[in-house]
Design a protein around this ligand. Sequence first.
Ligand code: GLA
Length: 723
Amino acid sequence: MISFDRKNETFYLHTKNVTYAMGLCDGNKLLHRYWGKRLKNPLKKIDLMDFPFRSFAAMDLSNTSSDVVPFEYSAFGTDLRVPSVEFTFSDGTMVAQLTYQSHEITEGKPKLKGLPATYCEEGDAVQTLRIHLADTLQNIEVVLSYSVFEAWDAITRSVEIINHGERMVLDAVMSATVDFYGSPERELIHLDGAWARERFLTKQPIVHGNQGIDSRYGCSSAFHNPFIALCDKNTTENYGNVYAFNLVYSGNFKAGVERNAYGCDRAYIGIHPTDFRFVLEKGDSFQAPEAVLVYSATGLGEMSRIFHRLYRTRLCRGKYRDIERFALINNWEATYFDFNEDKIVEIAEKARQIGIDTMVLDDGWFSSRLSDKNGLGDWYENRDRLPNGLEGLSKRIHEKGMRFGLWFEPEMVNPGTELFRKHPDWVLQVNGRKPALSRNQFTLDLSREDVCDYIIETVGGILSRVPIEYVKWDMNRTMSEPGSMFWNELRQGEVMHRYMLGLYRVLETLTQRFPDVLFEGCAGGGARFDPGLLYYVPQIWTSDDTDAVERLKIQYGTSMVYPFSTMGAHVSAVPNHQLHRRTSFEMRCYVAVMGQFGFELDLNQCTDEELATAKKTIETYRKYGAVFHRGDCYRLKSPFEDNLFAAEFISEDQDTVILIVACSQPTPNAPDTFIRFRGLDETAVYQLEGSDQRFYGDHLVNIGWHFLNNQESQSLLLIFHKI
Ligand code: GLA
């Protein structure tokens, strides 16, 4: 919990296992003191001699080079390292110095205005500390908020800038900066990728200078995820100190670490400053997005479990947060743009026969959308394909006892549409320049209120008119020419952040207005898989790559931060449409069943044996989906290190344990592999479902399960019950 030691002027943020501490120096400078394993005893008052900086020791803070001072939150000009915040004031100067003014500690956690964030519920032990800093010369107030999720072991941070002075420009604002000392062998971990190769786990040594990741693509992107972790060299799943940062934001971001000459690292994460310039008039304030900070003393596995528990219970919201969701069939890879009502009904009928409950109609159902060249923006049925409209199709699907889902890409417009002809100024663009097309489409300017209202009315109108239980909300291009025809010359630097605020308002309005609809996020696969979006949609299409072998890496990497309950995962046809690889039907099922399970192929083309496997896996999903989605996940074998993926899921009540193993590449005469379990009750006995075999917990943990990796597509799904 949060406390302030008045005598020693030290703030403590304690969770179950973690302490984060800050202290005042000279009564008004807020310095970072500690982040790590929970401290049992108080720190003494800051003594400059304690800090390991040569030039700094024995001096006072007004007579030292500030590249060594561990400021908790510092401004450009008075801190020589990557500053937390940068301004340009009305007098043209850019220098600010932030000093402590006051603080308050409150129960609970206030909402962030217009932005997604973790939240607390009644009865949660969550407290918030707000520290007010100020630059007294320019009359700027900076409010640092820290919320402590004690039981979850997580701390969240956010920053609000309030201008009490003359008009000024906010040039950069990090949501968190944290200084680290004394471990030069630290490494940086992040999740890199590309389309169809999202969130691959990447580790690199931290070297002198500035290094990091970012997105200027208009979305959090497939290329980098707004997540970094600093960790001990040789950190593994179960070993090592890990300090992780994740930004609750879906737009442009920057995250990284700067190592100075003395081996001190400053980590930072926040909105990307490059195309950000926010004008604050007197009295205006700016709320920066939230950063979630997770520390694990025992490696990456525990870091992930902390993120998973927090996100699935205190970030995701709505009716579907705690219940098992749909087993669906999506027609995209089965038909692409080539379908009509009867074809969709035929696919649905076969799906119904094996227990699938939801038919999702993907791209191509509207106006002139015969390919990806046209139609986006004109959201009315194509009557050649759907002669009875969406109502007619929805009715036929519902008559089968199934739910009906629909694809939208509401943030986009194709140039040949009525919408574009009517509103050419609704597209992100810079006056006088032709905006670039990507996938033949322009991005609508969601920084505009009228555009957002149009999207709410259009999508909301369809959801009110047609019985629809599921929406796939897609977004298929990166955003260039980030300018707006609506905002004046002062405000062009605000467009990309205002876009995100607009998108969040649209999603908030629609998800609140249609609480029974399950919304799934998507962005050319998984290019907007971030905690910002998860506040509105409890699941996201993980990747357009449905190849089971590639999915092992994509899902493994994604699970570093995001729970399996948030990952859309489908079984598709072979040869796989992205890689032309063949994998067994069983492996495709086992890889997909961990996530939000579905199929994306024409089941009429499957053999009876494949259909039987599909049916059986759907039954497993119905029975044990909660183990994958609300249990704890232990990653046992990494496809980034080995030819094997193995993960274990333990139910909330600890009674059911599921092991999934899949081989990404077989080895002839493979060396024996034993998959060692974790997190089991070692004194208990576990019964393997479907057999009379029983195992002691300590045997599974210490000896493990023998797996022979000698055949293509070798895979296992084993369910154990504690007896
Ligand atoms: C994106 C999505 C796919 C599919 C297509 C339709 O690529 O990720 O799943 O919906 O758009 O155009």
